[in-house]
Ligand binder design. Sequence first.
Ligand code: NAD
Ligand code: DAU
Length: 337
Amino acid sequence: MKNLLVTGGAGFIGSNFIHYMLAKYSDYSIVNLDSLTYAGNLENLALIQNDPRYTFVKGSIDNYDLVWDIFQKYRIDSVINFAAESHVDRSIMGPQIFIDTNIRGTQILLEAARNFGISRFIQISTDEVYGSLGDTGKFTETTPLSPNSPYSASKAGADMLVRSYYKTFKMPVLITRCSNNYGPYQFPEKLIPLMIKNARDNKPLPVYGKGTNIRDWIHVKDHCAAINLVLHNGKEGDVYNIGGENEWTNIDIVKTILKILNKPDSLITFVTDRPGHDFRYAIDPSKIKRELGWKPEYTFETGIAETIEWYINHQSWIDDCTSGQYQHYYDKMYKDR
Ligand code: NAD
Ligand code: DAU
């Protein structure tokens, strides 16, 4: 497992994973296949763009011939599939691309990997495939899938395909399902970087509903460490839940950001709720802790302070992401809410 194909490596978690792996293993090489959608940003990889162990290929996971050529040319042994449309709200505005990339794209990538004889295929899934929790309980690996948004339904569809390639073709696949990530390089459409940006700009912070929905936050580096363990030591055909056991209501997250940035709570604006909004996510990570010895390194207190500092120190990164199409997206998403 030394020649990795990372798909979607110009996005938030994929770019963090590439940084993590190159820092950890001096003898690994990584090809990053990314189609550079609005969420893909090569600036995320500027620090390693000239590293001889790293190659970028612009293209889509649904291009079988391109994927095949990459497998051959770079003697790929493992695939880590991050490539996806990842934003729930965009999936509500327009589901089609979610089906095309997350389901059809994953199937084409799987098919190429099967025919080539890849040694390890890691599907980066999400806890959202399990649906929504009430006040109590946690998602385990055996919780039935019950997705509620077009995004989570497309991820669940991909998971089912990945599972079928294990059962039918004995392909060496593994699936990870993680809770909400935070950290550097997250596109400012997601809760934490969006609220940091708006607070910086003294603009309203749009909180859906009453802000009482709950998410279970994990630092992206802890997620990357978990994926690395699954890649090397996970059991073929298995699912691994990954989560920080760190539940917060959205309103408390937003207030924490405002407090650290020394901005007033009066910037908070309650807006119409997300349709089908999942109330609560909470991951039970005991399997990956017990079987692979994973544990998170970050406390939320340290992680969120470092994350806010990173965005404030990378203002031009935020500004580049939010130039062009972003304002159009933002107006469409929030104007009449
Ligand atoms: P992101 O939107 O930041 O990045 C997605 C990347 O995929 C982008 O670089 C984009 O250009 C690329 N991409 C999209 N379509 C592609 C295609 N057809 N071919 C090649 N590349 C393509 O997403 P993220 O937050 O980094 O999420 C990465 C993965 O992790 C996703 O599969 C997501 O479902 C999963 N996940 C995310 C979270 C989270 O909190 N962000 C939590 C659990 C799981
Ligand atoms: O749980 C894992 C999932 O986490 C990943 O699979 C997804 O790719 C990722 O986007 C994330 O999904 P969420 O929908 O939970 O994340 P988001 O940042 O969009 O929203 C977090 C919470 O904050 C959610 O309850 C909705 C709320 N929210 C979000 C935005 C963007 C607001 O209140 N206001 C906002 O403007």
